[in-house]
Design a protein around this ligand. Structure first.
Ligand code: ATP
Length: 512
């Protein structure tokens, strides 16, 4: 059986071999943690973005979208706190010369303890018929010991981070006897803070005033446009502003393929609410976003919430929706209650009022904000890694299939003449021409039909339409379903209605 490491490697090479993701500037040996999306990758990514946009903007009358520029006035990043506080605590191993995020080393150590607790629960659940998990967790001595260990580390770590005590962060790593996975040694340097923003020069001037940043998050483009949108859109609180776009972070430990990139895409929504109601909205958006993830159909067991121990400088509550990637549960989306931190600071730094006038109460105030922020590339990886399956078929042959939810698939259907003669290509071309205006389809007449089916399985095409000699006599075709490999005989006239039904988004969106 393939190990999870092997599986992840196979997914990465499949993504490259089938035109989903290429290393950036590969002919020059690539650029670390930067990737390009190929012909199928770009379609899947677009479908995911569109689905998010539809669920967020199109179906919520209280949310509108914008598209702010990547470059922003440099004071934006002073006001947002990124110039002073957008840091990662780094630590180097002196023997391997490898660099790590100190917080991640500690969090991974705690995750291992949490894993032990989970395993104890699973073992006990198998042993006892009327297993009561809560009871077990509160009485089992071994579990209690693990729980205490994890809580103690978390509390110590939280205090160290909140107090900015980097010496203590290092001491925790030493005390926990965390070793470098490469050298196996505990020979660690001091912990240092490292700012993650990329900077560049505006125009030809090289003084400090001309230094601008590539945005590390899209959110600030929303905050600085808050009043523009509120006034021109006559928006009433509560309302949201959404946007998708590139963000840039000089990630130090950039591994795990497109999970952590230096240039990536975010899909964010800032929801402006009346102060004092933010926790209600925070819970509302937690639930709503979780349901959105479930609607993708990847399986509820792949998700979990993780409440933040250490809150970012702007937040009064925060959690992640974590996804079980091939390398374990990791953050996919963040939901943050950002208080009025951003708008008040922009007010302070710009000298411009950023207040909402509440006509019912005849007062003005700075709204509070609840944010939902998801990485499009991480979402892509979640879908790709879940969809990837290596199957052994009944006849003993193998196939690699991407079971991508049909409405997200890069190519919705392939039109295939069985042979390249006898008028079959012409009929197939006609079918292709009627469907291509509604769906991303492709026409393929190269190679034997079995090979073409496999090629389409490998890129996740949910439907293949095959034109054969019977088509010429009765106007029917074979409709092959990717997941079951079942083949149905269907009239050409019925094809569009079947695809419409199978790929309809309305039913999925209506449930949200
Ligand atoms: P992490 O703890 O994994 O570094 P974060 O907490 O810094 O993530 P946020 O600032 O909350 O992330 O950003 C919101 C979302 O943007 C994340 O949930 C993630 O999906 C995505 N994201 C953040 N950094 C990256 C990156 N370097 N590459 C790809 N996606 C990213």
């Amino acid at each position: 059986m393939a190990t999870t490491d092997d599986l992840f490697k196979n997914i990465i090479s499949h993504a490259k071999e089938y035109g989903f993701i290429f290393p950036s500037s590969e002919i020059y040996d690539g650029l670390s943690a930067v990737y390009d999306y190929g012909q199928y990758g770009v379609e899947l990514k677009k479908n995911l973005r569109d689905y998010w946009w539809k669920a967020m903007v199109q179906t919520n009358p209280d949310i509108v979208g914008i598209d702010a520029a990547i470059f922003m006035h440099p004071t934006t990043w002073k006001a947002s706190g990124h110039v002073d506080a957008f840091n990662d605590p780094l630590i180097d191993n002196k023997d391997s010369k490898k660099r790590y995020r100190a917080d991640v080393l500690i969090e991974e150590h705690v995750a291992k303890i949490e894993d032990k607790i989970r395993k104890e629960v699973e073992k006990a659940a198998k042993r006892f018929e009327n297993f009561d998990e809560a009871m077990f967790l509160s009485t089992n001595a071994r579990v209690l010991e693990y729980r205490q260990q994890a809580d103690k580390i978390n509390a110590r770590f939280k205090e160290a981070l909140e107090g900015g005590n980097l010496t203590e962060v290092r001491q925790i790593i030493i005390d926990l006897e965390i070793v470098c996975p490469v050298s196996g040694s505990r020979n660690w340097t001091e912990v240092r803070q490292f700012n993650l923003m990329f900077s560049t020069q505006l125009g030809s001037v090289t003084d400090d005033a001309a230094t601008i940043y590539l945005r590390p998050e899209t959110a600030q483009g929303i905050f600085v446009n808050f009043l523009n949108v509120q006034k021109t859109g006559r928006m009433k609180i509560p309302f949201g502003i959404a946007q998708t776009g590139k963000a840039f972070r000089n990630e130090i430990v950039a591994r795990q393929f497109i999970f952590r990139m230096r240039e990536f895409e975010q899909m964010e929504m800032q929801y402006f609410v009346k102060p004092g109601t933010e926790m209600e909205w925070y819970n509302h958006w937690k639930e709503k976003r979780f349901n959105w993830h479930l609607s993708l159909g990847l399986g509820a067991e792949r998700y979990r919430f993780h409440d933040h121990l250490k809150l970012a400088h702007y937040a009064n509550a925060a959690c992640d929706i974590e996804f079980r990637f091939p390398f374990g549960f990791k953050e996919l989306e963040g939901i943050h209650s950002r208080t009025d931190f951003d708008l008040s600071n922009h007010e302070k730094y710009s000298g411009k009022k950023l207040r909402y006038f509440d006509t019912e109460q005849n007062t003005s105030y700075i709204p509070y904000v609840v944010e939902t922020s998801i990485g499009l590339d991480r979402l892509f990886l979640a879908v790709l890694s879940t969809a990837y399956n290596e199957e052994t078929l009944n006849d003993g042959s193998q196939r690699t299939v991407l079971n991508i939810p049909p409405f997200l698939a890069p190519i919705k259907c392939a039109v295939l003449p069985l042979l390249k003669k006898d008028g079959l290509p012409e009929v197939a071309q006609n079918i292709f021409n009627t469907l291509r205006f509604s769906y991303q389809c492709h026409y393929d007449e190269k190679d034997a039909i079995g090979k073409r089916y496999r090629r389409n399985d490998a890129i996740g095409t949910p439907f293949c339409i095959t034109v054969d000699h019977q088509t010429l006599t009765d106007n029917t075709v074979t409709l092959r379903h990717r997941d079951s490999m079942e083949q149905q005989r269907i009239g050409i006239k019925e094809l569009k209605a079947i695809l419409d039904k199978e790929l309809a988004l309305e039913n999925i969106l209506a449930k949200l």
